[in-house]
Design a protein. Sequence first.
Length: 225
Amino acid sequence: MKRAVVLLSGGLDSTTALFWAREKGYRLEGLSVLYGQRHARELDAARSVAIAAGCSLNEVSLSLPWLAASALVDKKKRLPRLPLGRIGKDGIPSTYVPGRNTIFLALAASLADAVGAEAIVIGANALDYSGYPDCRPEFLEAFEETARQGTKRGVEGAPLKILAPLLRMTKRRIVELGLRLGAPLERTWSCYKGGRVPCGCCDSCKLRAKGFSEAGVADPALAAA
Ligand SMILES: [Zn+2]
């Protein structure tokens, strides 16, 4: 059976990507990373989603104090509050976590090479997104080449594929795909803040709300909160 490592943050995009990979027939190997983010709420969501998908979840906890350069890690930094139309168009925001997807993909490539997975699935999106450089197609293509050169699989002629099925989708299409796949969107957490209910004000909440609104459905996570 073909096997894939899926980076799972517990948000809307990675959960939809996980269920996309499941539908494609991959045996799933989830990977979640704690890197000092403001809250552990999303890891709880990732665990809950992994249970719903019936997949194992590898949890990695990193201690990288310099990531406090990001407002997603350092609670003293203010989260940006841009109008929806400016999100992703105002330069790289303070919520950018330095090298996050480079770190995540390196961990995923290591896990994939260890367990014999042929693909890494990542829910990166370069359309309705915050403008992070490590979500762009150029970066993912370059990392695929890095993995080809730097893994056992790669030099043995079966290079890892980096699959980013949501890369060019709008949030509306992501919501519609997640619903069609039966992904447990009610279990997902996208808000940059912790707490019991999403704040509704951060970039991530706004992009998510846009997706559900344009798809014409209520966000089941809000009903479940
Ligand atoms: Zn929020």
